[in-house]
Every structure is written in C-alpha cells, then in structure tokens.
Design a protein around this ligand. Structure first.
Ligand code: CAA
Length: 260
C-alpha cells in the first residue's frame, strides 16, 4: 500500500509514524484508518530489526483531532457500526503490537485521536496537548474504544465526567489523572519518545512482548491474566534470552538478547 496520509520514517530500528493531514488537524479519515491498519497488520511486522514505534501528528497544533467529521455526513447506523468495528480492529492491532508503541502527543488528541493515543502502550505529551472525548457534542459516542479504555486509565468517575461533558483537559491534568506517562517540552517530545523505545529495546524482546500481552489480559474478559502469567513465566524461563540475561548478570556484563 502506498501511504498518502502517514509519513513513515524508519531509522535505527525505530519507526516514527506521523499522521499527516495538518489542514484537517490530522483527523482520521477512512483512508488514514486503512493505512494505519495496513501499517500495523502487514508492514511493521515485516520490518527487520524493528525496536518500536513512535506515533505523532504533523505540525505543532494537533496530534489527531478525531475521526474525520466531514465523512460523517449521510452515515447510517449500519455504516456507523462497520466504521466502529474497523476502528476497533485497527486500534487492537496497535494495542497488541509486540514491540512498544509510544504516542508523542503534540497537540489536540480528541475523539478518535484520544482513542488512538490510548491504544498506544505509553503516552508522552507536550505541554500544549489537549485531551478529550467530545463526541456527545455531535450526538454520537466514541467509537474506537474510548468508553472502555478511558476508564482503564483514569477510572470510572473521571471517565464518566470527560465522556459526558465533552470537556478538554490539558497535559498536566492528563498526567495527574494517569492518562499520560510524562509531560515533556515540545522540543524534546520526539527525542524522549525515541529514548523510551531505545530503553525498552535493550530488554529481552520476548519478555517485553509477553508483558504487553499480559497487561492487556487484565482488562480482557475471555482470559485469566493470572493463569496467563504463570504460563508466560514458564515460556520466558525456557528462552535462550533468559539464559543470556542470567549469565550476563553473574558475569557483570550487559546481556545480548537475540529474541530466541
Ligand atoms: N474532522 C474533520 N475536520 C476537522 C476535524 C475533524 N475531527 N477537526 C478539525 N478539523 C478541520 C476543521 O474543519 C478546519 O478545517 P477548515 O479550515 O477546512 O474549516 C481545520 O481542521 C482547523 O480546525 P478549526 O478551524 O476548527 O481549528 P480551531 O483551532 O478553531 O479548533 C478544535 C480546534 C477544537 C480541535 C476543533 O477543530 C474541533 O473541535 N474539532 C473537532 C474535534 C472533534 O469533535 N473530534 C471528535 C470527532 S468524532 C470521533 O472521533 C468519533 C470516534 O470516536 C471514532
């Protein structure tokens, strides 16, 4: 697939993905959703030596200002449901991606934009970032996981307030509530996000992938996270990486993990 609305910069094993529709504040139109789906399902898994992904928005005003409202006109109920289903599938690909995905939130993260940031494993925000789920202003609800993931990050009471009032919160408030991991100066945002990916890339990759899976398992109703942890611990102890990690500790050197 040729990317029209995403810029992909692959350097030193880190894919920096920029949603690039600045005239629409990087709103997620159908094409952009298809590109994100293809990127995480088909493209990134095939990239040799991928350490992780940094996701951001073009310009200094907006990360992603939501789904593209201009495509909503004339949408009927069946089309709306199909759109939400595809959005869930796409954001689940991000949430379940085996390498770390860090959102570098450089401005508005509203509606589908807040939902996109929440599907990432970690979120760094610039001071001017703004978060919100303004869908009720349009007479709809969040359709890309917002009613569920927001509760996971900020709790039921806070989520209920943001979802019902459509209020926007600033980066510091988002940090205080647990929606973002850190607020960093705009000028350092991408560098900090890359540093975070690098830090995680130095750890055992099979263990990292299992942790991503297990933390999500806590929120799933179809698996027992505790039982999954027991199995996954067994799996990681059986890897060559664990042999290397333990040996490196005893030999007082840095481990060289191979993902085996
Ligand atoms: N879809 C389409 N276009 C959008 C957009 C969106 N979500 N958000 C902004 N734009 C466009 C505007 O229409 C405008 O384009 P034109 O110049 O062609 O008119 C351009 O981006 C700049 O926007 P504004 O002039 O509105 O900029 P502002 O600084 O005055 O306001 C803003 C910024 C507060 C983010 C405002 O643009 C806004 O409220 N945007 C909509 C946010 C929203 O409601 N998002 C939720 C969408 S629904 C959703 O996401 C459902 C879901 O869960 C899947």
């Amino acid at each position: 697939m040729r990317y029209e609305n995403l810029l992909i910069d692959f350097e030193k094993g880190i894919a920096t993905v920029t949603v690039n529709r600045p005239k629409a504040l990087n709103a997620l139109n159908r094409r952009t959703m298809q590109e994100l789906n293809y990127l995480f399902a088909q493209d990134l898994p095939k990239r040799e030596g991928l350490k992780g992904v940094v996701l951001t928005g073009a310009g200094d005003k907006s990360f992603v200002a939501g789904a593209d409202i201009k495509e909503f006109l004339d949408l009927d109920a069946a089309q709306g449901e199909a759109m939400a289903r595809y959005g869930h599938e796409t954001f689940n690909l991000i949430e379940r991606f085996a390498r770390p995905v860090v959102a570098a939130v450089n401005g508005f993260a509203l509606g589908g934009g807040c939902e996109l940031a929440m599907a990432c494993h970690l979120r760094l925000a610039a001071p001017q970032a703004r978060f919100g789920q303004p869908e009720v202003n349009l007479g709809i609800i969040p359709g890309y996981g917002g009613t569920q993931r927001l509760i996971q990050y900020i709790g039921k009471g806070n989520a209920m307030e943001l979802l019902l009032t459509a209020d926007m919160i600033d980066a510091e408030t988002a940090h205080r509530l647990g929606l973002v991991n850190r607020v960093v100066p705009q000028a350092d945002l991408l560098a900090e996000a890359h540093a975070l990916v690098e830090k995680i890339a130095a750890k055992g990759p099979l263990a990292v992938a299992k942790i991503i899976e297990l933390v999500q398992a806590y929120y799933r109703h179809d698996v027992d996270g505790f039982a999954e942890e027991i199995k996954a611990f067994g799996y990681t102890t059986g890897t060559q990486d664990f042999q290397e990690g333990a040996r490196a500790f005893v030999e007082k050197r840095k481990p060289i993990f191979k993902g085996k």
